[in-house]
Write a protein that binds this ligand. Structure first.
Ligand code: NAD
Length: 505
């Protein structure tokens, strides 16, 4: 099989003019969007073997892992968008107060225009093509900027997008910082950026100059709370899977775990058993274990490991030449350890020993809000306590990572782990302008005529008659006669105006 050679897009070519394609208006048609979504789905399906090969070159990834964490979610996004685009795009009637004034208040779902998707190296397929489904469904033209750290995938992506999708509307720009910097000087209608916080600051700074809206999908240190009342074998298996998948290079990998003192030895033993089950001859010999993406990231993770004051109880071996880092468990790590200084983004798991769940909560709440937070327990009260007393992009009980693919859930962070959401309808909404519209008939001035000068006491009173009514100050009797009267009037008004056909079909 052949993977094309990575070439950076020439800076002269960067002022891409997809705006002309967008202005043709062809993407207003739902049939057009569906046809492009179908083409995208077949682009992935037809080329699954080449995608596997590309990610083997870039990350030494096993094909089954690429299928599960990259290809499956990309296809699921395309399918959901294909099936739902008609429904998602329908104008929405706004309700209540303005509705019964028959102004026909309606929200039109319109594309934002030409959007830019900047994606990272770690899940290169789904983090570029997943949001692309949302951008296409919403009717935008789109530029994809994949990571230069996955040259095989990024080169293949450029070839495939030009073959399968409408070149007037969709394209790939390849390159590193010089090309990205040039791109950020252009006017975009939305940028969706997935990556680290440091680069996010650069992107937000550049976008501020052109007042471009940005969605940031970032990372952080996602903790896992361990309750001794968990299903131990399952907990260890799922947590270790979350840590070794893509060699720990997952934005929602469990970054560190908090384990009560009395349970540490039992927990570590179960984790080691799970790792031995995954890699019976050791991870280095296994063809199911990825490598670290670049020498720079390898050195960074090794540096964090070398600096720890905790005790390595499993793993710890590394190979700079092959960028291999063994799945590694480190016990007795404190909150100020090197391993707690930044997102690890590698297969090293620090285990923080705590007295109880309250101490675990204190540690987690002393840090930035993470992208994900996990609680392993069979006890509903324990899970509720953890979820109720923390903040994070997502909170998940008894598993990790899988919520990324769960249809209907938003994916996004809070605070330093990102702002905005993506996934299915949330991606569609991200790339959609919710345009407020109304059409006000003449007779409404019977009610709103008090707005026109010259003002007099009668007009003032008619305006004040429009003020909404509230329950009493103490909130006690919500269903007061006045409240019921106002609700009944609103409902009857809505029914009458609807019957009269003033709101349209
Ligand atoms: P990165 O920030 O280094 O790079 C991401 C993208 O930004 C790449 O396409 C890169 O080319 C581009 N970029 C780099 N420097 C730039 C600059 N100066 N100007 C403009 N663009 C620039 O991230 P990475 O190392 O590829 O990915 C790892 C990070 O991404 C981790 O922090 C991880 O948690 C995060 N991440 C988040 C999510 C999520 O959905 N929230 C998913 C995956 C990864």
């Amino acid at each position: 099989m052949t993977i094309p050679k990575f070439t950076a897009t020439s800076i002269d070519e960067i002022p891409v003019n997809l705006r002309r394609g967008f202005r043709t208006g062809k993407s207003k048609s739902i049939a057009y969007r569906k046809q492009q979504l179908l083409a995208l789905a077949y682009m992935i399906k037809d080329n699954a073997a080449r995608l596997h090969e590309a990610l083997d070159i870039d990350l030494h990834r096993a094909p089954a892992e690429t299928s599960f964490i990259d290809i499956f979610p990309s296809l699921a996004e395309a399918k959901e968008a294909y099936d739902s685009v008609g429904r998602w795009s329908k104008p929405e009637r706004a309700h209540w107060s303005f509705n019964w004034f028959a102004m026909n208040p309606t929200i039109r779902k319109e594309p934002k225009g030409v959007v830019l998707i900047i994606s990272p190296f770690n899940y290169p397929i789904t983090l570029s093509l997943g949001p692309l489904s949302g951008a296409i469904a919403a009717g935008n033209a789109c530029v994809l900027k994949p990571s230069e750290l996955t040259p095989a995938y990024s080169a293949l992506l450029a070839e495939l997008v030009s073959q399968y999708l409408d070149p007037e509307m969709y394209t790939v720009i390849n390159g590193a910082i010089p090309e990205s910097t040039e791109m950020l000087k252009l006017q975009w209608d939305h940028i969706l950026y997935t990556g680290g916080g440091r680069v996010a600051s650069i992107i937000l700074g550049a976008a501020a100059k052109t007042l471009t809206p940005v969605t940031t999908e970032l990372g952080g240190k996602s903790p896992a709370f361990i309750d001794p009342k968990c299903d131990l074998k399952l907990t260890a298996k799922r947590l270790m899977w979350g840590k070794v998948t893509n060699s720990g290079q997952t934005c929602i990998a469990p970054d560190y775990v908090l384990v009560p003192r009395s349970f540490v030895d039992t927990f570590v033993k179960a984790c080691i058993e799970a790792l031995k089950e995954f890699f019976p001859d050791g991870a280095e010999k296994s063809d199911s274990y990825a490598r670290i993406i670049s020498p720079g990231h390898f050195a960074r993770i090794k540096g964090l490991l070398d600096g720890t004051k905790g005790t390595v109880v499993y793993g710890g071996s590394t190979n700079a030449e092959t960028k291999f880092i063994e799945p590694t468990l480190v016990v007795g790590v404190k909150n100020d350890d090197s391993l707690m200084s930044e997102e690890i983004f590698g297969p090293v798991l620090p285990i923080l020993v705590v007295e109880d769940v309250d101490e675990a909560l204190e540690i987690v709440n002393s840090r930035d809000h993470p992208l994900a937070l996990y609680a392993f327990s069979k006890d509903a009260a324990y899970k509720a306590k953890v979820f109720d007393n923390t903040q994070s992009g997502a909170c998940v009980a008894n598993d990790c990572i899988v919520h990324y693919g769960a249809e209907g859930l938003p994916f996004g962070g809070i605070g330093p782990s990102g702002s905005g959401m993506q996934g299915g309808k949330f991606s569609f909404d991200t790339f959609t302008h919710f345009r407020a519209t109304l059409d006000n008939p003449k007779w409404v001035d019977i009610i709103l005529g008090g707005r026109y000068p010259p003002f007099n006491p009668k007009k003032k009173a008619s305006i004040e008659g429009l003020f909404p009514s509230f329950p009493p100050r103490d909130g006690s009797s919500r269903w007061s006669p006045w409240f019921l009267f106002a609700a009944a009037t609103a409902t009857i008004g809505a029914i009458l105006t609807k019957r009269s056909g003033l709101l349209g079909a």
